[in-house]
Every structure is written in structure tokens, then in C-alpha cells.
Design a protein around this ligand. Structure first.
Ligand code: HAM
Length: 413
């Protein structure tokens, strides 16, 4: 679990703002759900035999109630959709959220125990058009964030029937090769054989490379849905790869699955920036009507590492250096007047030499320093030092607020 220090916040804000703007431009509205939910919600939706539920949840009992810090957003958002009977209000619901998630994983670069996700969920649209739109939205966002080497992987895991048949087929293939698998995968053979496809163990990877893929088990409808996704992505001009071994670590998925990877040079093995997919049965399983759903989540910490976009470095726009005892109060008043015009200002009322104050102005990356000494107070002027343009002007006190805000506006254009 990490502290996010002020120097890093500009990049967090950039990512959160661009994500919210992108989501709103596709008709998503923001939702916030609690960080704590009943443990049973995650066990039922994510699945008992998944890494998240088996090993990674922060669960505790409080007054006989089993509770868990949310390991992901989807289950809580789907619970809110059912609880508020949102299907009676509108045929299609598009929600986004951001916030902290908790998984007791082995920490490494881009993998933490408290991490933040950007998340979108769509309820009521069976796709595949909206599936493709979600992916396209993310590719556009990652372009804005200047993330190098973005790769989209898609697959279909079919409906419940196809999945059950595939599970049998996979077990039939893996059982005779049991001895070649890792101990963990030998156990998974009974509990959750599909997870073996996702194993990082080199022994498992060799066996899995030869395993049958889901493709041949899909129903005609599943196949038509996937073909529709492929056509829509192609029409939108989104480059993608079909990865028949893509299964993902949560049990609730049906049909469309996708991952987006990027900036692998910096992220190494943890280069999955986005995981998402369809979960057409969850709403019904949570006691709601039969409503199809799809969504994705992206880890903000990974986007921070991956993004090469420049972020503004300035902490304040202007710095006021009062020199001499009579200048302190006029400096406080000037600072307040500037802030009312939307200029962020630091008034250094500690005093000190001009040199040391200007050094601090530079450390705050502000473009303008306002110098106010005894003689300026007396003559009703302010020295405006443009630290970027290396100019200095003596401006009448009555004009200085306009002068500074015009100068800053011209610069931001
Ligand atoms: P997920 O694949 O478990 O899916 O996580 C999605 C993304 O969250 C990952 O690709 C990664 O960027 C980030 N992430 C996951 N675990 C960590 C961690 N320990 N540290 C840092 N980042 C992490 C879900 O969570 C699903 N709820 C996605 C979804 C939404 N499917 C449908 N709707």
C-alpha cells in the first residue's frame, strides 16, 4: 500500500480527468459504491476457486457480519444496479467509477495491495457493438496519455454451456498430462481447470500451448457474437489480436473477453493495463432480472508508469515576495485579490532576501514573481518579474491583477 505524494498527483489528476472526460463523451455517468461489501457478494460473483477469493481478499468479521474490502468494482456496482432496480428506470445503464481496491497480492512493480482502478460498466446492451466501443474508447484514451506499444487482445469464452463443454474437453486433455503440470495446476484440475490456461508457471505454459482452445466449443450464437465484435473493431479501425488462450482470472465472464497491454519495456510481466469482458449472468445471479452486462477496469498505478504525457509542473502561478516590514500586509491583500481572479498564488510572508525568495519562486515552478518592497508600497506600484520571459515591469497596484491574469492567460493559450 502506497502513499501518493504531492509531486505525483498532477499525473493522477491528468489520468482521472481524461478518463472521466472520455467516459462522459460515451454517455457514462459516475457512480460511487462502498469500499466494504458483504464477503458473500465477491465469493458468489468472482468465484470461489479464483486467486482473488482464495488468497487475496482482506476479509474480516464485524459483529457477526462477514465483510471484505472490495478487491474490484464490478460486483459492488452490479449489486447497486440490482438493489436500486435501475432496470426499471432505463433500458441501458452506463456507469463509471474510480477508487481504491484491495488485494493481498505479492507486491511488485505495478502490483500493489491497495491500488486504484478506473472502471466502466454497461448494463442492458447485449453487444457486440458496445463491446467494441469500450475497447475503442480505451485505445483513444491511451493515445491521449501517450502510452507506447498498446496491444489489444480479444477472445470469446462463450456462454455457460460452451464453457462447461470446454471445461470437460480441457480436463480430458490435461488429465493424462497431470504429472507435467505445476502442483498448483494439478489442484486446479479439480477446482477450476480454466485457470490453468492463465498460469505463469513455465511447466504449465508448455502443456497449455498444445491444449484445445475454446473456439471449437462455442455455440453458433456465441460465434456470431464474436464475429460481430471482430467486424465492429475492424470498422472502428482498432488494431487487435485474437488470443484463443485468453481466459482472465475472474469466474463471472461470458462471451467477450479482452485485455489491453502496453509499455512492456517499463512494466515487464505486469503490462496488463486493462482487463474486461462480458458478464451476462451476474445480474440475474444477484437476484435481478436477466440483463446482459460488460465492463472493464484499468489500474491507475500502471497507467502512471506507462504514460509518457507531459504534465504541468507548476504548483502556483505567481509568487509574491514582500521585502520589508511594511510590505507584508499589502502582499497578503494582493495575494487574495489575485486568487479571486483565479490565479494560484503563494505569498511568502516569512520575509528574507530577494535572492532566497526568487529561489523559492523557481522551486514552485511559477512563471511570475511579484516584488513588493517599502518603496513600491509608498509609490503604489508592484514589480512584476516574468521568470519565463526574463523581463521586469513596474505596474500600478490598481492594474496589477489584470496585468498578471492577462499574462498567464496568454501563456496558457
Ligand atoms: P482485473 O483483471 O482483475 O479485472 O483487474 C483489472 C486491472 O486492474 C488490471 O489489468 C490491472 O491494470 C489492475 N490491477 C489488478 N490488480 C492490481 C494490483 N494488485 N495492483 C495494481 N493494479 C492492479 C477486474 O478487476 C474486473 N473487475 C474488470 C471488469 C470490469 N470486468 C468487467 N467489468
Amino acid at each position: 500500500m502506497n502513499d501518493v505524494l504531492p509531486d505525483e498527483m498532477a499525473r493522477w489528476h491528468l489520468i482521472e480527468r481524461l478518463f472521466a472526460e472520455a467516459a462522459r463523451s460515451y454517455g457514462f455517468r459516475e457512480i460511487r459504491t462502498p469500499i466494504v461489501e458483504p464477503t458473500g457478494l465477491f465469493v458468489r460473483t468472482i468465484g470461489e476457486a479464483t486467486d482473488v477469493v482464495e488468497k487475496e481478499m482482506y476479509s474480516f468479521t464485524h459483529r457477526d457480519e462477514a465483510l471484505t474490502l472490495r478487491p474490484e468494482a464490478t460486483a459492488g456496482v452490479a449489486r447497486a444496479y440490482v438493489e436500486h432496480r435501475v432496470h426499471t428506470l432505463e433500458p441501458v445503464t452506463k456507469w463509471f467509477c474510480t477508487g481504491p481496491m484491495f488485494r493481498a497480492e505479492k507486491p511488485q512493480r505495478g502490483r500493489y495491495r491497495q491500488f486504484y482502478q478506473l472502471d466502466c460498466e454497461i448494463f442492458g446492451d447485449p453487444g457486440p457493438g458496445c463491446d467494441a466501443e469500450l475497447i475503442d474508447m480505451l485505445v483513444g484514451l491511451f493515445d491521449q496519455l501517450k502510452i507506447p506499444d498498446v496491444r489489444v487482445l480479444v477472445n470469446s469464452i462463450g456462454g455457460a454451456e460452451a464453457r462447461a463443454r470446454y471445461r470437460d474437453g480441457l480436463v480430458a486433455f490435461l488429465e493424462p498430462r497431470r504429472e507435467e503440470l505445476s502442483a498448483e495446476s494439478q489442484r486446479r484440475l479439480q477446482t477450476n481447470p480454466l485457470r490453468i490456461l492463465d498460469s505463469k508457471d513455465p511447466r504449465d505454459k508448455v502443456v497449455v500451448a498444445e491444449a484445445p482452445t475454446i473456439e471449437q466449443y462455442l455455440s453458433d450464437d456465441d460465434r456470431a457474437h464474436f464475429d460481430g465484435l471482430v467486424r465492429a473493431l475492424t470498422a472502428l479501425g482498432v488494431p487487435f489480436t485474437i488470443d484463443p488462450h485468453l481466459v482472465r482470472g475472474l469466474d463471472y465472464y461470458t462471451r467477450t473477453l479482452f485485455e489491453i497491454k502496453g509499455a512492456s519495456a517499463k512494466l515487464g510481466a505486469g503490462d496488463t493495463l486493462v482487463g474486461g469482458g462480458r458478464y451476462d449472468n451476474m445480474i440475474e445471479e444477484l437476484g435481478g432480472p436477466k440483463v446482459p452486462a460488460i465492463g472493464f477496469a484499468s489500474g491507475i498505478e500502471r497507467l502512471i508508469i506507462a504514460s509518457e504525457a507531459t504534465v504541468p509542473g507548476a504548483i502556483v502561478d505567481a509568487y509574491i515576495a514582500p521585502l520589508g516590514a511594511s510590505a507584508v500586509e499589502p502582499a497578503l491583500v494582493l495575494g487574495r485579490d489575485l486568487r479571486r481572479e483565479g490565479v494560484a498564488v503563494e505569498v511568502d510572508s516569512r520575509g528574507g532576501s530577494l535572492k532566497s525568495q526568487l529561489r523559492r519562486a523557481n522551486a514552485l515552478s511559477c512563471g511570475i514573481a511579484l516584488i513588493l518592497g517599502d518603496s513600491e508600497v509608498e509609490s503604489g506600484t508592484v514589480q512584476v518579474k516574468d521568470l519565463a520571459a526574463h523581463t521586469q515591469d513596474s505596474i500600478a497596484r490598481a492594474e496589477v491583477v489584470r496585468f498578471v491574469s492577462d499574462r498567464l492567460k496568454a501563456r496558457s493559450r
